[in-house]
Design a protein around this ligand. Structure first.
Ligand code: SF4
Length: 371
């Protein structure tokens, strides 16, 4: 018998709680999922709760329910991405969406006041655009049904005044899209820096930034650049239209402008979406990044979207054959030791490590996975 598909459903989203069920590949064990929503940190979800209706429906022993909190301003279940480790999505039911839309049709003024009850917001993610100049093969942006849009920044000054009044300390100036793609983006950054916010950004650094853009970028304290591998040809295959040379030139350009302007040096981090294409080179990638002055590395679990025409899609690292999977476990441990020795931060998403542990156990392969 072939493997059964992973299935599930989000059936309630109220008061910041998301509830539903998910069953992975017809198995009775707990299912692990990852939830993402613009403006919110990703949430790892475990579906292992008992629900009698699931048992009655013949879904094993009925232990597939999940419930997690995702309380973010602008929450919209239609923008919530919940996926199994292999990328299979779990979507809200029509009844769930209809109930949510009804309850949010016209919030009463009193409800809006309640939303703003806390007078302080320490960290705020400001998604000025959902558009991107790249089409990375593993990204939702590359899917044919993705619709990106820019935020209307007509009220920019009023928004800045509100954020100041709420004493926002750190402003992360991107969400899903590429902020440097917004015409005149650097003027916005200069205004936010002048208003006294500590700024952070994730950017792809794919195109060479002009001098005035470098001046703005130099005012951002924490800059995370999306770089999956130090091998230019692999990077181009996975992220398309990306040149590692541009990334390094931009990084150095920002540092040089910070120096010239008498600003503190921004801290650079790299983020890597782990896949079969880059897994075995990971320790060398860290060495290369450290040599380029990168102080922190974030490793994310791959969400597998449907195939794109003419593209060799990156697969989850756990699809590697046995010998390479064992080598990958070694490489992660080597990376951990290297990061500790060099005093850089290495954050590996727990979902990736858990999936690797499960896969090694499933194949009966003896390997220790880096904590
Ligand atoms: S740069 Fe980021 S947002 Fe743009 S396509 Fe690549 S992964 Fe997606």
């Amino acid at each position: 018998m072939g493997a059964q598909p992973s299935i599930g459903c989000i059936d309630d989203v109220r008061h910041g709680w998301v509830q539903g069920w998910a069953r992975e590949g017809g198995r009775d064990g707990p299912a692990r999922l990852l939830a993402r929503h613009p403006g919110a940190a990703p949430v790892e979800v475990l579906a292992d709760g008992y629900r009698p209706d699931l048992a009655a429906a013949g879904l094993g022993e009925g232990r597939h329910a999940f419930r997690f909190r995702l309380d973010t301003p602008g929450f919209d279940p239609a923008r919530l991405e919940l996926r199994f480790a292999d990328g299979t999505p779990v979507r809200p039911s029509a009844a769930c969406l209809a109930a949510w839309q009804e309850s949010h049709a016209a919030p009463a003024p009193a409800d809006l006041e309640a939303l703003l009850e806390s007078p302080v917001t320490r960290v705020l993610h400001w998604e000025m655009t959902r558009q991107c100049n790249l089409r990375c093969t593993y990204c939702a942006v590359s899917q044919p049904n993705y619709r990106g849009e820019d935020m209307d920044l007509g009220d920019f000054d009023a928004l800045v005044a509100t954020l100041r009044a709420r004493r926002v300390q750190t402003l992360v100036v991107n969400g899903h899209g590429e902020t440097t793609g917004i015409p005149g983006w650097h003027h916005r950054i200069l205004a936010l820096a002048a208003a006294g916010f500590r700024l952070a950004i994730i950017s792809n650094f794919a195109r060479l930034l002009r001098e005035e853009e470098l001046d703005a970028m130099a005012r951002i304290a924490s800059i995370q650049v999306s770089v999956d591998t130090h091998r230019p040809e692999v990077l181009r295959a996975v992220r398309r239209r990306v040149d590692l040379g541009n990334i390094l030139l931009n990084m150095n350009g920002v540092r040089a402008r910070a120096e010239a302007l008498g600003l503190p040096q921004p801290v650079f981090a790299w983020s890597c979406v782990m896949s079969d294409k880059v897994a075995l080179d990971f320790a060398d990638y860290l060495r290369f990044g450290i040599a380029a002055g990168v102080r922190a590395f974030d490793v994310c679990n791959l969400s597998r979207y449907p195939d794109l025409p003419g593209v060799e899609m990156p697969e989850h690292a756990t699809t590697l054959p046995d010998a390479e999977l064992l080598r990958f476990a070694d490489v992660l441990r080597e990376g951990r030791a290297l990061a500790a020795r060099k005093g850089v931060t290495l954050t590996i998403q727990a979902g990736l490590l858990d999936t690797l542990r499960l896969e090694l156990a499933r194949r009966g392969l003896p390997a220790e996975v880096a904590a």
